[in-house]
Design a protein around this ligand. Sequence first.
Ligand code: SF4
Ligand code: SF4
Length: 439
Amino acid sequence: MQTHFTDAQRAAPLIQSAEAELRKCVHCGFCTATCPTYRLTGDELESPRGRIVLIQDLLETEAVPSARTVAHLDHCLSCLSCESTCPSGVSYRRLIDPARELIESRHRRPWSDRALRGLLAWLLTGRRRFAAALRLGRGVRPLLRLAGRAWAPLAALARMVPEAPPADSALAPGVYPAAGREFCRVLLVTGCVQPALAPEIDAATLRLLRRHGCTVVVPAAGGGCCGALPHHLGKAGRAQQLARRNLVAWGEHLAGDAAVDVVLMTASGCGSQLRDYGHLLADDPAARELARRVRDLSQLLLELHARQPLRVIPGRSAGVAVAWQNPCSLQHGLAEKRAPVAVLEACGFEVREPRDAYLCCGSAGTYNLLQPAFATRLGTDKAEALAATGAALAVSANIGCISQLRTQPAALPMLHVAELVDWATGGERPHTWAAEASC
Ligand code: SF4
Ligand code: SF4
């Protein structure tokens, strides 16, 4: 499509990349078929094609966005299903991200929205404060539920607080040598939200990787949040600040004789953000180098399996049916659709994919807190689709999806790929796997 940016506007790198994407769009509308919000509403302005028109207008005119435009763009999950579908190769993330930044700088939201978004950007990016908030939330859960009747985001937050504290604790920094011959050195970055919500995922990852020839480096405190949550809230400056802090904290592990081969975060939403560091910090070669080494756990496991087959315990996982919930950050953000299924099948599981597997579960970072109406409908649909496969349990690769789906009425037991593969290859049975699940 035609664009009308001025030369002054084109001087900004964000506008240059946005203009390149706008010009690719031919308005064919293929993307509308796989957009969750268009499927829910049937409204063109709740579709990628409609949003692209709104974004073009916003970026070209630099006007103060109307409340209506803001609402349509806020409803977007940034799930990137539209990117996977687009035959013209439009990278929608290069459009929605600058639009969110522009909204953040030009639009004055109601005070309650500003307060909630500010609180989330602060609370969810600090491991210690998020863990403290969870402890507090557990203590005052009945009050949260009561207050949540009047304020939907609070109700959504209350549902996220696990009933009991996790059995494991977050991994201690250090170098954990491979058991036997070393094939690979892995920087395992634990992030901010997952260590508090589900530390068992990284504990399983550590056991699993060491068992299969990886030396695992857990970096000392200093780095942390990947920056995805503030980035999707339109706070790109804060996301860049967090990315720079991580590059400093992890830099010693990326160079020299003991440099790691792979950078891993077991939440695919975080992995997708790390893979984009080269764009987020376009002027920093270290950011590109880090992004080059980022893998999803399933990709790494498939590489290890190709080198030496995974050591599956006979008779343990063979024939156990699992429903695979592919996070949007993995299938659309990292464009990885094959590796997790291949790894689970290599372990002997019978993998069943739910209907409409490309659709988002409604978690999407902070989306389930900020847009609970859409998020609840998407979460309910996804949980029902997983249960309809007839599998005994469901497996995913992102803590956001796991937390969102665990709270749905139709929920199957939800595990992370790391927990299942760890169990299949010699680990303990995951304690979050309900006793009634067959195995
Ligand atoms: S599918 Fe691609 S080219 Fe077609 S309208 Fe959507 S974004 Fe534009
Ligand atoms: S990112 Fe997802 S919700 Fe947003 S326009 Fe694309 S498909 Fe629709």
